[in-house]
Design a protein around this ligand. Structure first.
Ligand code: 26V
Length: 830
């Protein structure tokens, strides 16, 4: 009898993979041998990581397919998160957690004589982002999958992510981060969904057979966009969403012309230009750049992603776009992907022959824009000549959008030419510029800031005239972080204590943490809480010792500031406080001393001189303090090199004190502040960004507040006299004397002249001197509070207990309720 041959028609015809530890053992062994061709048990950890990661990936595949099928079959509304950055970090640990395979995985690896922690360390961080904005995108996709929202992340698959930071002689040295060198288990290439993206050329207008005028973009150089998909698992819910990252590639036609002309090497070399687009992440997170390659990246992402969405739309709906805006929403992560507004218009008009009004109605009801900064230097503007050369058809469309918009302004405020000039998408001047934020404002139905203060300042300041025109567009969406990565995964001791105490529901409903509040008064619980913190501090102390050669005493306060290095974030104020403590020790003013370990970490943009000076100063101060026998364990200072997502997973759980000390009105939200709070750190902070909401949630008695308010900051400019402030304050004078006499630059006199100049300048935009006294006083309150460990642990517990608001689950629910309006879709057949 012949057995019936069963073709693979459906994933459900394939026997499912098991989830016991023995099933995992089998998977690991099979992949080790058959997928990676390894057989010796002592080979390097690399293939063990790969075999294990592939085994875990196998457990995601069916859910991934089931989720995609459910999205396609239901044909419900979908949202797309368009972002030039997704700072994903490592994937393995998070995948194990979200699949609910923690115990089985540990057991399976144990059976094979392997250690989970060691294997985890083998994965490189996907550092495809600069800082807050990129990490936020990563937390968003995690929460969308957990909430089963049909959201796809679209970004760029940079070959080189955020540079690796080395510290040489106290200075930052950048090294390329070739994160894909050893392969990437998590991505699946989807060449069948490749898109072509056009650049250059020129535009033509022509009449169709009905005599209607149209435009077309011709003689372009095309670049291919090849998608690579990464699975984004929800937490124990069978959903696996997709992050689709585009890699650029040369088209075959790209070099054919040259090849025919007989210049083969030149034609092959021409591939370079196309391949360069997705080569490297721009490592700036504040200053405007104006670089052609960056604009190419932006259009490359916008065009490929929109075409991908339209491909899926037309497969089902043909060229009927009447319901497109009802069923699709693009969320623009800052202005970076804003050329999408013009690209969607172009495709609807030029490719599908829609009239302007029809295309505009669809576009402006489909796009939503999130602003992430108030700093004027971070607002993107592109020279018109560059746009014209690279994207001539898009520029035409932007001009037309602007003309129609300005006539609306003229109707509303007749004769107000100055207003028109101020609001124009095109900035006049010696070099005309396209103001991307204004294009986003005009082309979107929703505009949001990322914390309440930030959203308020946007409508009062930067965007006030647009607010006057369309108040209904503006809203706030306070940021969050995912508690799966930032508590359940990275802080195992505390997570276990919390779950043992109030159950596990906080993992998907963070406001449940409120139930911890009563335990703050339970001495037994406080002791267990302190033990968890202590374990985390020891773990960090070991890494600090290995990396920096400095031993942190785990009993001392861990005082931490990690984030991008920027003047507005005021790492300098932190260092001035460190110098003040050092000065006190040297003066013998150490009665009732609270020992501290100060850790500062973060990357400086490679071209940002002052930020690099701040790193050097930190290292020089650390060198002096750590080697002074008078200081001993009273104070230790280190600069933590190469701060990144996986480093934060170690740092946040170990923090006692979280430094959130930006000049008020400058930090849009902050998200590191939320990670620290969740992990039981207390915050010393200004009334800036989400600090305000953190303080509201936890209560002022559990937060160390200092500094000028945003309003006071604006009022003080003009009369600011830092030299008088320094003179009137003997502590501050001592600190400046130490800096100015070269105490921290013995072998390099004058090294810190620019920093000293900045502190003493009446034009210092960041008002470092203005907040010195109140910062030092608040730090004294911190020190006093830490002496009373019972009180401190109570405050620590309450910080965690009241961190519920700062989950991206809440943030995503807010976006969904007010902007996207999606229905959650469970995966098929689970
Ligand atoms: C600007 C530029 C300009 C030049 C090229 C590269 C580049 C990359 C990023 C940016 C804008 C960065 C804005 C940003 O990161 N904002 C941060 O967003 C966080 C998430 O909303 C927020 O928590 C931080 O407060 C905010 O600084």
């Amino acid at each position: 009898m012949t057995e019936e041959i069963k073709p693979i028609r459906d994933i459900r015809d394939v026997p499912p993979v098991g989830k016991t530890s023995d099933d995992l053992v089998n998977g690991i062994q099979r992949h080790y041998l058959r997928t990676f061709g390894q057989h010796k048990p002592n080979n390097s950890i690399h293939y063990k990581y790969k075999a294990f990661a592939t085994t875990i990936r196998d457990r995601l595949m069916e859910c991934w397919i089931n989720t995609k099928e459910a999205h396609e079959e239901l044909d419900k509304k979908r949202a797309y998160y368009l972002s030039l950055e997704f700072l994903m970090g490592r994937t393995l640990g998070n995948a194990v957690l979200n699949l609910g395979l923690d115990e089985q995985a540990t057991e399976a690896l144990h059976k094979l004589g392997l250690d989970l922690e060691e294997i985890i360390e083998e994965e490189s961080d996907a550092g495809l982002g600069n800082g807050g904005l990129g990490r936020l995108a990563a937390c968003f996709v995690d929460s969308c999958a957990t909430l089963q929202l049909p959201v796809v992340g679209y970004g760029i698959r940079y070959e080189y992510g955020m540079f690796r930071q080395q510290i040489v002689d106290g200075n930052q040295v950048e090294e390329p981060d070739h994160w894909l060198r050893n392969g990437n288990i998590w991505e699946i290439e989807r060449p069948e969904h490749t898109q072509a993206v056009q650049f250059g050329g020129h535009t033509e207008s022509f009449l169709d057979k009905n005599g209607v005028r149209h435009s077309r973009w011709v003689d372009t150089q095309d670049v291919l966009a090849v998608p690579f998909d990464t699975p984004i698992p929800g937490y124990k819910n069978g959903t696996v969403n997709t992050l689709r990252l585009w890699k650029s590639a040369a088209t075959d036609e790209f070099n054919l012309g040259e090849f025919n002309a007989g210049s083969y090497p030149e034609s092959v070399a021409a591939k370079n230009e196309a391949e360069h687009i997705s080569m490297v992440l721009y490592p700036n997170d504040a200053s405007e750049n104006g670089k052609e390659l960056r604009l190419r990246q932006q259009y490359f992402l916008a065009s490929a992603s929109i075409k991908d969405v339209l491909r899926q739309w037309t497969e089902v709906h043909g060229s009927d776009f009447s319901a497109f805006a009802e069923q699709n929403c693009f969320q623009l992560n800052d202005t970076h992907p804003t050329v999408s507004v013009a690209e969607l218009m172009r495709i609807l008009m030029d490719d599908y022959r829609l009239q302007w009004d029809e295309a505009w109605n669809i576009t402006k009801n489909t796009m939503a824009y999130t602003n992430h900064t108030l700093l004027p230097e971070a607002l993107e503007r592109w020279p018109v000549y560059l746009f014209d050369r690279l994207l001539p058809r898009l520029l035409e469309i932007i001009f037309e959008i602007n003309a129609r918009f300005l006539s609306e302004v003229a109707n509303r405020w007749p004769g107000d030419l100055e207003r028109m000039k101020r609001m124009s998408i095109i900035e006049e001047g010696p070099v005309k510029q396209v103001r991307m934020a204004y294009l986003a404002l005009v082309g979107s139905f929703s505009v949001n800031g990322v914390a309440q203060l930030h959203s308020d300042l946007l409508v009062k300041g930067l965007f006030s005239e647009f607010y006057a025109m369309w108040p209904e567009k503006f809203n706030n969406k306070t940021n969050g972080v995912t508690q799966r990565r930032w508590m359940a995964w990275c802080n195992k001791p505390m997570s276990k204590l919390i779950s043992d105490t109030i159950g596990e529901s906080w993992v998907t409903n963070l406001s449940e943490l409120r139930k911890l509040a009563p335990y703050a008064d339970d001495a037994g619980f406080r002791e267990q809480w302190a033990a968890c913190k202590r374990e985390n501090k020891e773990r960090l102390a070991d890494v600090v010792e290995a990396e920096c050669g400095v031993r942190f005493n785990p009993d001392a306060m861990f005082d931490i500031q990690v984030k991008r290095i920027h003047e507005y974030k005021r790492q300098l104020l932190n260092i001035l406080h460190v110098i003040h403590l050092y000065d006190r020790i040297k003066r013998g003013d150490t009665e009732n001393w609270t020992p501290r370990n100060v850790l500062i970490g973060g990357k400086a943009a490679p071209g940002y001189y002052m930020a690099k000076q701040i790193i050097k100063l930190t290292n020089n101060v650390a060198e002096v303090v750590n080697n002074d026998p008078d200081v001993g364990d009273k104070l230790k200072v280190i600069f933590f090199p190469n701060y990144r997502v996986s480093a934060m997973e170690l740092i946040a759980p170990a923090a006692d004190l979280s430094e959130q000390i930006s000049t008020a009105g400058k930090e849009a939200s902050g998200t590191g502040n939320m990670k620290f709070m969740m992990n039981g750190a207390l915050t010393i902070g200004t009334l800036d960004g989400a600090n305000i909401e953190i303080r509201e949630e936890v209560g002022d008695e559990n937060f160390f507040l200092f500094g000028l308010t945003a309003e006071e900051v604006e009022a003080v400019r003009g009369s600011y006299d830092p030299n008088a402030i320094i003179k009137a304050d003997s502590d501050f004078s001592h600190v400046m004397e130490l800096l100015e006499c070269g105490h921290f630059s013995q072998f390099e006199p004058g090294l810190f002249a620019s920093i000293i100049g900045a502190i003493r300048s009446p034009n210092d935009p960041w008002l470092v001197a203005a907040d010195f006294r109140s910062y030092v006083d608040a730090q004294q309150q911190v020190a006093d509070a830490f002496k009373d460990q019972q009180r401190w642990q109570k405050m620590s517990i309450l910080n965690t207990a009241y961190s519920g608001k700062f989950s991206t689950d809440r943030t995503m629910e807010d976006y969904n309720r007010d902007i996207w309006k999606l229905t959650p879709v469970p995966p098929k057949c689970v």
